[in-house]
Write a protein that binds this ligand. Sequence first.
Ligand SMILES: Cc1cc2nc3c(=O)[nH]c(=O)nc-3n(C[C@H](O)[C@H](O)[C@H](O)COP(=O)(O)OP(=O)(O)OC[C@H]3O[C@@H](n4cnc5c(N)ncnc54)[C@H](O)[C@@H]3O)c2cc1C
Length: 642
Amino acid sequence: MGAELGSGQLNCSDPGFFPVFSLLCPPDQGYSGAQIAYYNVLDLIFPEHGMSDYSFPYKDAEFVLNDIIDFDAMCASAGLEEVNSELATAILEEANRLAVEVIAPLNWVGNEKGATLEDIGCVETPGFKEAYWQMVESGWCGLGFPEEYGGQGMPKTLATATDEIWQSANLGFSLCSMLSHSAVEALLLHGTEEQKDAYLPKLVSGEWTGTMNLTEPQAGSDLAAVATRAVPEGDHYRVTGQKIYITWGDHQMTDNVIHFVLARLPDAPPGVKGISLFLVPKFLLDESGEPGERNEVECISIEHKLGIHGSPTCTIQFGDKKGAVGYLVGKPHQGLMAMFTMMNDARQAVGLQGLSVSERSYQQARAYAMERLQGTRSDGSRYPIIHFPDVRRMLMLMKSGTEAMRALAYVASAEIDRSRFAQDPDEKARHFARVELFTPIVKGWLTELSTELTSLGIQVHGGMGYVEETGSAQHFRDARITSIYEGTTAIQANDLVRRKTQFDDGAAVKSLAADIRKTAAELVASSELAGMGTVLEEAAGLVERACDWVLENAPKDKHAAGAASVNYMMLMGYVCGAWLMGEAALKASARLKSGGGDRAFLEAKVVTARFYFAHLLPRANACLTAIEAGSDCMMALSEEQF
Ligand SMILES: Cc1cc2nc3c(=O)[nH]c(=O)nc-3n(C[C@H](O)[C@H](O)[C@H](O)COP(=O)(O)OP(=O)(O)OC[C@H]3O[C@@H](n4cnc5c(N)ncnc54)[C@H](O)[C@@H]3O)c2cc1C
C-alpha cells in the first residue's frame, strides 16, 4: 500500500487495490489533484517510504500466550479441550488478514475524512460500514461470547489478542465493537432473561451496536452529578437528558444502536447511590423483535477532536418530547455497580488500545529507521539512521515497552478467564482479586506509556514525523485519548490506591509482590540472568514499600493517597512490566538451551528484557521517591499562587 500511495499515481479503479478502499472513491473520480500532490511531498523527501504496512506481531503474541500464560493448559483445565494454541494461531492469522486487507487501509481515511454529521441523526464515516459488515459476517464480533447467544465461546485471552489486531489496524473503527462488547458484558450479568433474549443475539453478532452513556456536561469524572432522569411509565421508563462525548453514539452501520444510559429515578437518593442503568434502543423493537418505531434518541452534534477522527463522538439528546423509552437494567439505584461491569471490561480494553497504537507506531518507526539514510561513511556511501545509538534507544524503548505492555494485557485477560473458569471458590476469588488489581494498572500504565512511545515514533521520523503524511502523527494523536476516556489516569490511580490497596489492607498488592519475588528467585538461580533477578527482587521491595507508605500515611494525611496515586500506579506498571519481561527472559533462555523455537526471536527477547530492566524499570525508583515526598509541596501553594 505504501508504494502505491507514495507513487502519486493512486488509482482506486486498479483491481489490485483493496476492495473496501475503492468504495471510498468511485473509479471515475479517483483521488483529487491536491491529494496526489500531498503524497508527492513525501515522495520528494523519501521516495521509498509511504504509509506503513501493519502486520500482527505473531511471534511475540504467541510467545506470551504459550510460554507465559500456558494457553493450552489454561483451556484444558477449563474443559475447553477443542481450544488450543494451534486453533489460536489459525484464528489470529485470519483476523490479521482481514485487518491488513480491509481495516488498516481505512485508518488513514478515517483520520483524513473523519466522521461527519450530515443532518441531525445521520452520522457517517466513509468506508467503515462495508468493513464492519465483513467483520460481522465472518463472526468476529462474538468471538469471546457465549455460544448460547450466538458467540463462539472462545477464551477472553484469545479475544484480547484479536482485539489488539483490530485496534492496531484502526483505533477509531475498533472502538465501535469494543463498546458493544462492554454492553454485552453488562447485559449478561445484569439483564433480565427477556432483555437478554431480545438484545444479546444481535449485540453479540454485531448486527446492532452498543454504547455507554455516562458523561454529561456537569458530570465527567464525578458521576454523582448525573442529572438525566427516568420516570416510570407502565412496563418501561421515560428517559430525559443530554449525554456528551458518546463514542459511536450514532451511525449508519447497523439497523439499531442500543444505548446503556445512567439516569436517576424520581425517588433517587443524591450522589452515586441514586444512579440506575437503563437500556434505551434507538429503534424500539416491534412484536417480531426487529427495529420498529423510532425512539426519542437523537445525535445533535459530533465533536471535532485531536485524534480518532473516524470514531463519531456524539452529543445525544434523550427525549425532547415525552421522553425516550428505556428499560431498567439491574436493580433501581444500583446502576453504577452494573455500569462498573462495563467499565472494568472497557478499561482493560482501553489499556489494550495503548499497546495496540504503540505497536503500530513502532512498526512504522522501525521501517523508517531502516530506510532513512543520514550517516555518511568515509567512502561516501550512506547508511540508515538505525545505526545511531540514540535511534536504537528510541526503538528499544518502543520495542521493550510494547512487549511488556502486551505481556501484562494478555496476562490480565488470562486472569479474567481463570476467574471465570475456576471451580474452587478460593481459586476463583484469588484470580478475581488479581483482575481487580490489574484493571487500573492495565488502563493507566499502558495508556500513559502509549503517549510517550507514540511520541518517540514521531521523533524517530525527525521532521517527517511532524508532518501528517507519514501517518506517525496520527498514532500520537489517537493515543492521546486513551488516558482520558473510561476514567482518566487520576481516576484509575485513585481506584488503585484506595479500593485496590487501602480497602484490603494491601493484601492483593502484597500477594502480587510475592509472585514477583518468586520470578526474581528463579532468575537469581539461573546463572546468566542472575543480575536481573537481584534487580527484580529490589523492584518487588519497591512495590511493598510504596504499599506500606500508603497504608501508613493515608490515615494521617487526607491528601496523602491522592498525592501518591499516579506515581503509585506508574510504579506498579513498571514493576509488573519487569516481572513479565523477567518471566519472558527465563522462558526464552530455557528454549535457547533446549534448542526449541526461533533463535533470533528468543535471543532478541532476552536482550529486550535486559534493556527494559536497564532503561524502563529504574523509573520505578523515581516514582517511589515522589510518593515518599508526600503531599506537602503539592498542596502548599494557595490557589492565587498558581
Ligand atoms: C473522544 C472521547 C470519547 C468519549 N467516549 C465516551 C463514551 O462513550 N461514553 C461516556 O460516557 N463518556 C465518554 N467520554 C467522556 C470521558 O469518559 C470523560 O471525558 C472523562 O471521564 C473525563 O471527564 P471530563 O472530561 O469531564 O473531565 P473532568 O472530570 O472535568 O477532569 C478534568 C481533570 O481533573 C481530573 N480529576 C477529576 N476528578 C478527579 C479526582 N477525583 N481525582 C483526581 N483528579 C481528578 C481529571 O483526571 C482531569 O485531569 C469520551 C470523551 C472523549 C474525549
